[in-house]
Design a protein around this ligand. Structure first.
Ligand code: AHR
Length: 326
């Protein structure tokens, strides 16, 4: 009987050991920028949901808009010996040292959403996310087409369509990519002489700063501004409040085009307060964890993978709105 009990204990113990090995979770450390926009919240929710679906032990850290907090979080993930580190680089530069630490610890790094610039590309395995440069190009393409097709004339009676631009976080690839994409498309356009940029200033991707900076643009150029290009929807939504407060009609007096495609801007388009949004897709969690699994299995992955992104205009907004996921 004693022998039977011992055998039973040994076999139960062995079974438990096997099952705990079988269910050992992959641990991934993920450093998110913060919660500056509706888009970012959707991105965070998607990452957390995908981590659960993939049965990953996710160590999530919110950097509250500070690069130094991201560096600290990555250093903590290294100390915790996580299997893989993921992060969204708030700005493009300043990552070499911490990524060298991760490399020395043999922890693979997978970048999400924004791009970074490092001296040695082997410091990270891959980047999955969005293509800000193309987004900027799409903004100009939509705008030029709209102005031409609708024969829009400058409000000040001059010969140039006057633009103001609300830029994203200074030094972020999302802001520089969108700015360069837009500028290059403008310079390459046969209509380039039709446009004049009155002012361009950062609104840090937030609604509040978008509102404040737009207010100051209106103070300086109230009767001149024909177009607002906002690097994200949240800043456009803030700007709409300033435009209305100044007694102007958003989308009519001032044409509004922004980037992201969040529900808030769809509602504004339905309400006749915005004209178009170029999608920047925050639903990157599935692709992130699929890619992470491949990396951890030793499979090769492409250096950059972009998610799909469309362009949506006010006349499609009501039809498309119910199917929007963020
Ligand atoms: O990096 C993506 C950008 O960051 C989104 O356009 C913006 O809303 C977010 O804060």
């Amino acid at each position: 009987m004693k022998l039977f009990k011992t055998l039973l204990a040994v076999s139960v113990g062995a079974a438990m050991a096997v099952s705990s090995v079988a269910s050992a979770k992959t641990t991934i450390g993920f450093s998110q920028i913060g919660a500056e926009s509706e888009w970012r919240t959707a991105n965070t929710n998607d990452v957390k949901a995908a981590a659960e679906k993939h049965n990953v032990d996710l160590k999530f850290s919110d950097a509250q808009q500070k690069q130094e907090n991201q560096i600290k979080a990555i250093r903590t993930f290294i100390a915790q010996k996580v299997d893989l580190i993921g992060f969204v680089p708030i700005v493009a530069t300043g990552w070499d040292n911490i990524l060298r630490e991760a490399k020395r610890a043999k922890i693979p790094v997978l970048i999400m959403d924004r791009d970074l610039t490092v001296s040695d590309d082997s410091l990270y395995v891959a980047k999955i996310g969005t293509d800000s440069y193309t987004e900027g190009q799409k903004v100009f393409a939509w705008l030029d087409d709209y102005i031409t097709k609708n024969n829009i004339k400058p409000r000040d009676g001059g010969d140039k369509i006057n633009l103001v631009i609300l830029e994203g976080t200074v030094g972020s690839s999302a802001a520089t990519g969108r700015a360069h994409g837009f500028d290059d498309a403008l310079k390459a356009s046969p209509n380039k002489d039709k446009y004049n940029i009155l002012a361009s200033q950062t609104g840090d991707f937030t609604r509040q700063k978008g509102q404040e900076v737009m207010e100051s643009f209106i103070k300086s150029y109230r009767d001149k501004i024909d177009v607002l290009f906002a690097h994200n929807d949240d800043m456009a939504l803030g700007a709409i409040q300033s435009i209305e407060a100044a007694g102007l009609k958003p989308s009519k007096d001032i044409i509004i085009v922004s980037v992201d495609g969040v529900k808030g801007i769809f509602q504004a388009m339905i309400d006749g307060k915005a004209n178009a949004t170029v999608e920047c897709n925050p639903l990157q969690g599935e692709l992130f964890f699929e890619t992470a699994e491949k990396i951890l299995k030793g499979e090769s992955v492409p250096k950059s993978v972009f998610v799909e992104e469309g362009v949506y205009t006010a006349d499609q907004a009501a039809e498309v709105f119910p199917s929007r996921k963020y």
